[in-house]
Every structure is written in structure tokens, then in C-alpha cells.
Design a protein. Sequence first.
Length: 148
Amino acid sequence: MEVKKVLWPTDFSSNAEKALPYVTDLTQKYQAEIHVLYVIEDIAHHESWYGDFDRTHMDKLMEWANKSANKRLNQVCEKYLEGCPLYIKHIALGDPAQEILKLIDKEKVDMVVMTSHGQKGLYRFGSVTEKVLKNSPVPVTTIPVEPE
């Protein structure tokens, strides 16, 4: 199997960072690109929490989330991915599993490396990991971690 592009989805948790040694080893071994993905949940589709928000307020919240995500992605890439040949940052809006699957197709990713912090026990994954495993057209390596 030739590995030219590796996708590492992150939610910026310390658990997600536990996949980094695997990601950097793969990319250094194969001189592959790292595609780092963070997905912002689209809060506009949720029902009102404490009253209705107008579209302007929702747009401001999403703009803030996007700026925060960009800042965090830059920090992660600078801190952890300096030794990798090439890394590309992606921010998406929507359902994390769906956005991971879309990016696999769009970027022609060869492999996904992600952590799984679902329930304890054999073959128990978090919902995002499970959806990706079941629907990914490419190999997915899952790194088991304890829930935070």
C-alpha cells in the first residue's frame, strides 16, 4: 500500500493528540502529506436553547468558532507537526463523521489515523469513529484511549 496522504481528524482534545506519534511516524516513513481536520458543529440547526437567536447572532458565533479553530489548528501544527514533510489544515462545518468521509473523498486520502474514546471493551468505539470505520473507503487506524 502506498501512503501519500494521511488524514488526522482532531477535536483538540488530549485524547486526539495521542494519535500524533502514529501520524508523524507514518508521514516521515512515507514522506506523506498530513491532512489535519477539525469539524465545527453547526449550531444553527439546533432548536433554541434560551430563546431564539437571529441569523446575525448565529453568524457571529460561527465566525468566532472558525477563528478559534484556525488558531488551535495553527498551534497544533506548529507544536507537533514540524518534522512532517507537508501538512494541510482543514476546517469544516457539520457532522464530524460525514465531514471526515467527505474529506477522504475530496483529498484522495490514503489512510485515516484517529483515536477512539468510546466505551471500554473490545470493538466499542465512539460514534464518530464507528461511522468512519463502517463507511470509509480507505484504511482507518484507530488508537484506543481512555475517555477524558
